[in-house]
Design a protein around this ligand. Structure first.
Ligand SMILES: NC(=O)C1=CN([C@@H]2O[C@H](COP(=O)(O)OP(=O)(O)OC[C@H]3O[C@@H](n4cnc5c(N)ncnc54)[C@H](OP(=O)(O)O)[C@@H]3O)[C@@H](O)[C@H]2O)C=CC1
Ligand SMILES: O=C(O)[C@@H]1CCC=N1
Length: 309
């Protein structure tokens, strides 16, 4: 609260929530910001950076001109300029002019992306930055070591997903050393404006990445397969795809809003001797459950490899 006294505009825009801690969650009662005044930078301008940008701008948490973005090819940054962001091919410049810096490159690119920044003329002004890493696999200790050349650098490791773009994201985060209460307020403001988030211990972040970080891809495959099945049985593609997506969204809402066990919800659809149980039998024969569990396990193990653990 002491820090907020110096920032009266933030006190005016605070709401207080309490999130009940659950297994694997380390959520704390904390004041919430309804707008973020800091400059937000993205090192890397790919799919995930765009999803976060669109998600927070759509919710008016920030204005587009608060955002700075860098990546190697100026032509690729035109789309960001059109959206109102400030762009550069110089990662050091974007770090200098931003308060909060998303590290949004592919994991194997990070060393190259920050390699020469220390020697750049901008380096002296890269102080007291909050770095938000969305990189799969990279441990906080490794990131803190890589960024230790920047005075006052703090790191929060996040595992987001692309549905943040449409306000339906799902992110776990884990703060590193020296992260302040105000840093956490910024992190929560960004993540809650774009979906749900929970603070977790770092040792489960790779599991989260496998389930919800990459999970949308698994679900798109399922939607496509449902749609293909509908087409095979005579539906037109456009209708089949729309019905498949709406069905997945409806089923997800039932799980989230009825509080019923998924097994019970499944039983409520399967009539005795009916149509759905005939389809369920095929899915079980195809070992769909085991395949999905294996997919999550393989993704989590790959994240361990990417992080060199
Ligand atoms: N996609 C997802 O659903 C999720 C991704 N993540 C993580 O997010 C990170 C980014 O993934 P994603 O957005 O999918 O990847 P993308 O490939 O879409 O984006 C990476 C971006 O980094 C740019 N880039 C390449 N080299 C540099 C450099 N030296 N300096 C600055 N920028 C550079 C690329 O530019 P160019 O294309 O011109 O090479 C590209 O725009 C990854 O670490 C991933 O693990 C986490 C959760 C979900
Ligand atoms: O596929 C990947 O490596 C990234 C991390 C989670 C989702 N996409």
């Amino acid at each position: 609260m002491l820090k907020l006294m110096k920032r009266p505009h933030l006190i005016l825009s605070c709401r207080t929530f309490y999130v009940t801690p659950k297994n694997n969650c380390e959520d704390e009662p904390i004041e919430r910001l309804s707008c973020v005044e800091e400059k937000i930078g993205f090192i890397g301008d790919g799919n995930m950076a765009k999803a976060i940008f669109k998600g927070i701008v759509n919710k008016c948490l920030i204005q587009p001109n608060q955002v700075n973005v860098s990546s190697p090819y100026i032509k690729n940054l035109d789309v960001w300029k059109e959206m109102g962001a400030c762009v550069s091919t110089d990662n050091a410049e974007i770090m200098e002019i931003s308060d909060v810096v998303f590290l949004a490159v592919k994991p194997h690119i990070l060393p190259e992306a920050i390699k020469n920044i220390e020697k750049s003329p901008h380096a002296a002004n890269i102080k007291n930055k909050l770095f938000l890493s969305i990189l799969a696999g990279y441990k906080i200790s490794k990131l803190e070591k890589m960024l230790s050349c920047f005075e006052g650098a703090r790191v929060v490791r996040l595992m987001p997903n692309t549905p943040m773009m449409v306000g339906a994201g799902c992110t776990a985060f884990c703060p590193g050393h020296g992260v302040t209460e105000h840093d956490l307020m910024i992190v929560r403001a960004i993540l809650e404006a774009t979906g749900i988030c929970h603070r977790v211990p770092e040792n489960i972040i790779n599991a989260v990445g496998a389930l919800s970080g990459g999970g949308p891809a698994f679900v798109y495959l399922m939607i496509e397969a449902l749609s293909d099945g509908g087409v095979r049985m005579g539906m037109h593609r456009a209708m089949a795809s729309k019905f498949a997506a709406q069905t997945v969204m409806g089923a997800a809402k039932m799980v989230l809003e009825t509080n019923k066990h998924t097994g019970q919800l499944k039983d409520e659809v399967c009539s005795a001797g009916g149509t759905t149980i005939a389809g369920m039998h095929e899915l079980e024969r195809g070992r769909v459950r085991g395949s999905i569990m294996n997919a999550v396990e393989a993704s989590a193990k790959r994240a361990d490899q990417l992080g060199g653990q």
